[in-house]
Ligand binder design. Structure first.
Ligand SMILES: NC(=O)c1ccc[n+]([C@@H]2O[C@H](COP(=O)([O-])OP(=O)(O)OC[C@H]3O[C@@H](n4cnc5c(N)ncnc54)[C@H](OP(=O)(O)O)[C@@H]3O)[C@@H](O)[C@H]2O)c1
Length: 359
């Protein structure tokens, strides 16, 4: 029987990929299992992984939304005396139909909790959630927030034996030094809006903050919590957000534009236009006038893309509710220090000869 097992879901994602680079520290003391959604995503992850990680990671495939597959995985894994689960897998899209979000984020979490119970003498769980949601007293901005909160409530009510710790992070961007990130979601479509379409205006409230955090800091804090759980310390919750250190919207846009313009200067390309931050009321007026406005010189994405972007981001541009940081071992790094690396990394991988390509 395996003594101690660490089972991580979502290792191929933004947070999981960075966490995986810290798992070697546990390899001597525990069997380390990673669960991937498909053979292709397992292969993709292993291809890009450090050889040391490839050597000790037990990489399994399972669609976590399918209870039959998770039950089969429990049988394949066999019993461990104790398991610590880091459940980072999720569907992180903000615009899913409610039923799809519930299956991906609530039912999958239930299946992972059942898997932990079925394959361990004792198990505990670190549930990775969002600092933009809360299980109580929260007006949900989208189905993602609602589903993440419902999963947390469900775990606490139905799985008290798993000693659940909730690790909630705010919007994750690339590594604070290299800018590296496994996938370009979250903030990145907004970068494309600014660089790709050279927009002269971004909608939002000038006073609101957009809480972003670099992925290496998030993974450090998550790893810290994992080490505590492996050591048998009491469960506790962590909120990995930037709080008062997060950029206000104009600061974020100015920081992005500065790095983009430095790149454009080096490439001999025209600089971005000055980007104004318009209130939502002003924006809605502009949007209604789009056809007339585009007849002029202003550059804007096609209406279909604009509407998609606005449907996605609007809740966060209008409403900056986020849980304040708590339980972290160090404050989030200042955004001014890492934003250039984040934007540069994205530019390196998306622009070829001055033209944006799909990430
Ligand atoms: N990134 C953020 O800005 C952010 C902010 C707040 C909270 N969070 C939370 O942090 C966690 C990680 O987010 P992330 O950004 O790293 O996610 P991500 O990049 O979107 O990756 C999602 C991960 O979930 C896995 N997954 C999805 N559906 C699955 C299924 N049915 N079966 C098995 N695996 C499945 C994927 O596996 P494959 O790669 O194998 O397909 C992938 O590794 C999530 O719980 C998310 O809610 C993220």
């Amino acid at each position: 029987m395996t003594a101690t097992r660490i089972l991580c879901t979502g290792l191929g994602g933004v947070v999981g990929t960075e966490l995986s680079t810290r798992l070697a520290g546990f390899a001597g003391a525990a069997e380390v299992v990673g669960v991937f959604s498909s053979p292709e995503s397992r292969l993709r992850f292993l291809d890009g992984a450090d050889p040391v990680l490839r050597g000790f990671l037990r990489a399994e495939v399972c669609d976590l939304t399918d209870p039959a597959q998770t039950a089969a995985l429990a049988a394949v894994l066999g019993t461990a005396e104790r398991t610590v689960v880091v459940h980072a897998a999720a569907n992180t899209a903000w615009t899913l139909p409610l039923a799809v979000a519930m299956t991906a984020n609530v039912e999958a979490t239930r299946n992972v909790a059942d898997l932990a119970r079925a394959s361990s003498g004792s198990a505990r769980m670190i549930y990775v959630s969002s600092a933009f949601t809360s299980p109580e007293n929260w007006l949900y901005r989208n189905t993602y927030e609602e589903s993440k909160a419902r999963a947390e409530r469900m775990l606490r009510a139905e799985y008290p034996d798993l000693d659940v710790s909730v690790f909630s992070c705010s919007l994750v961007v690339g590594h604070s030094e290299t800018g590296a990130v496994a996938r370009f979601h979250g903030l990145y479509p907004l970068l494309k809006f600014i660089e790709g379409y050279e927009v002269p205006v971004v909608p939002g409230d000038r006073g609101r903050r957009l809480d972003i955090v670099p992925v290496d800091w998030v993974a450090d804090e998550l790893c810290h919590l994992l080490a505590e759980a492996v050591a048998g310390e009491s469960p506790r919750d962590v909120v990995a957000s930037a709080g008062a250190g997060a950029p206000k919207l104009p600061e974020l846009i100015a920081g992005v534009a500065e790095t983009v313009n430095r790149r454009r200067d080096a490439e001999g390309r025209p600089r971005l236009p000055e980007i104004a931050v318009f209130s939502m009321r002003q924006w809605d007026f502009l949007r209604r006038s789009l056809v007339v406005w585009q007849a002029g010189t202003a550059s804007l994405p096609p209406a279909r893309i604009l509407d998609l972007l606005m449907d996605t981001y609007r809740p966060y541009l209008e409403d900056d509710r986020v849980l304040p940081p708590s339980g972290v071992s160090a404050p989030a790094p200042a955004f001014t220090g890492y934003l250039p690396a984040v934007v540069d990394y994205w530019l390196d991988r998306t622009s070829r000869a001055g033209r944006l390509v799909t990430a």
